[in-house]
Design a binder for this molecule. Sequence first.
Ligand SMILES: C[S@@+](CC[C@H](N)C(=O)[O-])C[C@H]1O[C@@H](n2cnc3c(N)ncnc32)[C@H](O)[C@@H]1O
Length: 249
Amino acid sequence: MSNPIFEHFRMLSQMYDGKNNITKEIVEFTQEKSEPINQIQKDLIDYTNSNFKNNFMITDIGQNQLFTLLLKVLNAKKVIDVGVYTGLSSLSFALSIPDDGKVIGLDISNDYVEVATKHWKLANVDKKIQLKIQDATKSLNELIENGESGTYDFIFIDADKVSYDSYYELSLKLIRPGGIIAIDNVLFWGATTIDPNNAKPEHQHFFANEEVNEMINALVKLNDKISNDTRVIKTMLPLSDGITLITKK
Ligand SMILES: C[S@@+](CC[C@H](N)C(=O)[O-])C[C@H]1O[C@@H](n2cnc3c(N)ncnc32)[C@H](O)[C@@H]1O
């Protein structure tokens, strides 16, 4: 897998390892002091890190600890995972919901299904996860057409950045009153906080790739839209690569 965009992302993720001026040691400290993840979650992280060059895509431990807490508080039974990858977020969701709960996992790629399902089976939660492999916008529209609007407790958005606005609008339809939508990568290694026209020389690398630029633009627009969106209550957390939590008014 020598996709040039992956190499660019790898460089960015290495440069911004101590994200948001919080050192790696501090981040690890917060994770150690939080609800522990289980051995299968740890194995899945290790397996992904050792076997996939695009391992920067996996959610981190702190995010999954947050999901565990939020799902318990919400008494969640129905969850949508928009962007499954090797299956960590779906695994965390499935572990946090009751036996009759369900996680709808949406991904466009078959490349990671085997790894994901293997770990879901090992954790004995595979029956709670329903995977749909096609464009996530199409899947979200299908859920709406199936009459599932207003029935989901939690929706995590972590797939194609340029499509985030569509995911957001469709999620607003699918989420129940009091449910939470979580949007990942809202900081994008800090790029969304920088004005490209006044970027310092050390930040120029963010805008050096057209495809990455398109993603940054989409995220900047969505961050602005959500911050002015009177339909919702929101909070942007500098956790991991930035995560915005949203509930409908
Ligand atoms: C950042 S990863 C998700 C990480 C995952 N949530 C985790 O916990 O590790 C993004 C995923 O979105 C998928 N993806 C990209 N474009 C998509 C699209 N248009 N529809 C559905 N999935 C898409 C990719 O195949 C990739 O697996």
